[in-house]
Design a protein around this ligand. Structure first.
Ligand SMILES: Nc1ncnc2c1ncn2[C@@H]1O[C@H](COP(=O)(O)OP(=O)(O)OP(=O)(O)O)[C@@H](O)[C@H]1O
Length: 299
């Protein structure tokens, strides 16, 4: 459905995207995860045909992004984009739907976006979360098979985000394909089948949330070090890395039982805590690896 091959984008000396390969199959929900400035919006702009790549090739449905937009097979929701005022939600959705060759029925679009109750409301009298669902409805109005969303939930509160993702999942559940960017790790984990982590314009991981967590591997064993020395911690059984922050030691361990027993032997058990790796741990480790310009860790 989507194929980016060796895509790069340079703005003068700024290398916003440095050679990204990405294939998306029909029915997948994919999160593009990265910190501010990682290159997510630039990659999305290239994918949508809004920005010409400096290098590489983009194919959507086997053709150009422009052809995909014209056919209505591709819908998009970008970060900026004001809503037309003085019209109702239903009128706006109907107007946009009318510009496509094979639109979704308006009532169906409103239902998918959770806007049925608000159909008669003026578009400029919606809350931030409702307005964002309307933008999503406009992206779906043409009956696209693929929807691309650039940070769709930035600036929404928890409840509005939950409602937004529920609308997105109804759309995906019909066998449609979704690509969204976010810097919320939990959102990526909860709403995507596959997560592509981008850092400094490069893809540093590509896999399910579980696979990405596994890259980092093992559990974290943490305890208060106080003024005791951290010497030798890296040599304890199972330990693969040691980090000390504000008097607390964080040991990544491939065998946390063995690590805890060894720590008990040293008397290092103050406020001991063992926790499984979270996506956040993987994300920090992956982007740190990219920052240190180590080899790409592609899952
Ligand atoms: N038009 C431009 N001219 C020069 N540099 C740009 C331009 N657009 C983006 N950049 C730079 O390219 C890099 C990637 O930006 P991009 O907007 O793609 O990141 P992002 O991952 O979407 O970030 P955010 O999460 O903050 O939206 C950044 O360093 C940014 O400053």
């Amino acid at each position: 459905m989507v194929e980016l091959a060796g895509v790069a984008k340079h703005y003068g000396a700024v290398r916003a995207v440095r050679g990204i390969d990405l294939t998306i199959r029909r029915g997948e929900s994919i999160a593009l995860l990265g910190r501010n400035g990682a290159g997510k919006s630039t990659s999305i702009g290239i994918l949508l045909g809004l920005l010409p790549p400096s290098e590489g090739r983009v194919r959507l449905f086997g053709g150009s992004p422009e052809a995909a937009v014209r056919s209505g097979r591709l819908g998009a929701m970008l970060q900026e984009g004001a809503l037309i005022t003085r019209v109702t939600v239903r009128e706006l959705v109907a107007f946009v739907a009318g510009t496509y060759p094979r639109p979704l029925p308006v009532a169906e679009t409103l239902e998918l976006a959770g806007l049925t109750e608000l159909a008669g409301r003026r578009a400029d009298r919606l809350s931030g979360g409702q307005a964002q669902r309307l933008r999503f409805a406009l992206a779906m109005a043409g009956g696209p098979e693929l929807v691309v969303l650039d940070e769709p939930t930035a600036a929404l509160d928890v409840e509005a985000r939950r409602e937004f993702w529920s609308a997105m999942r109804s759309y995906a559940a019909r066998g449609n394909t979704v690509l969204f960017s976010t810097h919320y790790l939990e959102e990526a984990d909860e709403n995507a089948d596959r997560i592509v982590v981008i850092d400094k314009g490069r893809k540093v991981a590509d896999g399910t949330g579980e696979e990405i967590k596994r890259v980092v591997g093992g559990n974290v064993v943490a305890f208060d070090l106080g003024d005791r020395s951290s010497e030798g911690l890296e040599l304890l059984p199972g330990v693969t890395s040691v980090e000390i922050r504000r008097g607390r030691a964080y040991l990544r361990s491939a065998d946390s039982d063995a690590t805890v027993l060894a720590l008990a032997g040293r008397g290092d058990v103050r406020n001991l805590e063992v926790r499984v790796s979270r996506l956040e741990d993987a994300f920090v480790a992956l982007t740190r690896a990219a920052r240190e310009d180590r080899e790409e860790a592609v899952v």
